[in-house]
Structures are given as structure tokens and as C-alpha cells.
Design a protein around this ligand. Structure first.
Ligand SMILES: [Zn+2]
Length: 168
């Protein structure tokens, strides 16, 4: 998934007053931020795919990204992020939400990606609900991302307005 991930960072802000918005937004993209340097080092690789409106996204070569997008490592990164957040904010709720935001990336990717997300490491079974792999599914996913972002941002703006009213 693309920018739709950020929606959850915006939506989580009202419930996470101790952490700044940028931290929550970065949390939703941690798995992608891990894969970029790993790809540069040749440890992971992007999928090669083609997209058209009839067949959606079709894989030519699946991604190899067990360290950033494997289910096991994603859970581990989420726990590590929660641990770091706890050291910084000394608050269980804040660190719990940050951990969940990191993991939310995997859930959203799981919904849209073709089944090439490994459960463990290379050679383990791979999963993905593959919303992207049909024309209508791919188009729906674009609307879904925009809708998610709109809802997340309006959540955030509404809570800021409420705060301002309370301050007056
Ligand atoms: Zn991703």
C-alpha cells in the first residue's frame, strides 16, 4: 500500500498526545524505511510487476523482503518500536499504539499485496490477500487509500479543533 498507511498515524494522534504526529506517521512506514537500505545493500529486493486496468497488478518477479515485511520480523520490529517508544515516553499507551502502528503497515500490505509476504524468512510460506491483483480490486484500493487518508486526517483535524475550543 502507498500513502494509505499514513492515515492510521493521523487517526492515532488524538489517542496519543505524548508523541508528536511525525513520530506516529513514521511508525506507519517503518517497514518500508527498513526495506529501502536493505534493498540498496542487495539483501532484499523489490517486486517487478506490471499494472493494467484489466488484471490489476501482476507479479513478474515477487519481492524478497523477509527482513522488513516478513510476518515474524514485522512483529519483532513492532515490539522493538514499542520498546524504544516506552524508553522515550515512559507511557504504556503511547508505546503500545506506536507498536501497533508499525504492525498496521503489515496488515494493510497483507490486504493489498499478491501473496509474496513471507511468514518467516526466505523459503517460508508467503501470504497476501491480493486485492491489487484484479482490475477492479486495484482501482478499489486507490479509492480505499484516499478514503483512509481523508478519514484519518479529518479525525486528526477534528481533535485539534476540539482541543482549541477547550483551551479558549
Ligand atoms: Zn510496505
Amino acid at each position: 500500500m502507498g500513502p494509505g498507511h499514513l492515515a492510521l498515524g493521523f487517526a492515532a494522534k488524538p489517542a496519543t498526545p505524548k508523541a508528536p504526529l511525525w513520530v506516529l506517521l513514521i511508525a506507519t512506514e517503518v517497514l518500508d524505511l527498513i526495506t529501502f537500505p536493505l534493498q540498496a545493500l542487495g539483501i532484499e529486493s523489490f517486486a517487478i510487476s506490471q499494472v493494467d486496468l484489466t488484471n490489476g497488478l501482476q507479479l513478474i518477479k515477487p519481492a524478497q523482503m523477509p527482513w522488513s515485511h516478513g510476518l515474524f520480523m514485522s512483529i519483532l520490529w513492532s515490539l522493538i518500536a514499542a520498546g524504544i517508544a516506552f524508553l522515550v515516553y515512559r507511557d504504556r499507551k503511547t508505546s503500545g499504539i506506536i507498536g501497533m502502528l508499525v504492525f498496521s503497515h503489515w496488515i494493510l500490505d497483507f490486504i493489498v499485496h499478491p501473496p509474496h509476504l513471507p511468514l518467516l524468512f526466505d523459503g517460508s510460506p508467503t501470504v497476501g490477500l491480493a486485492l491489487w491483483t484484479s482490475g477492479p480490486g486495484f482501482i478499489f484500493s486507490i479509492f480505499l487509500e484516499i478514503a483512509l487518508l481523508a478519514v484519518g486526517i479529518s479525525f486528526y483535524i477534528a481533535s485539534r479543533k476540539r482541543k482549541k475550543v477547550l483551551q479558549k
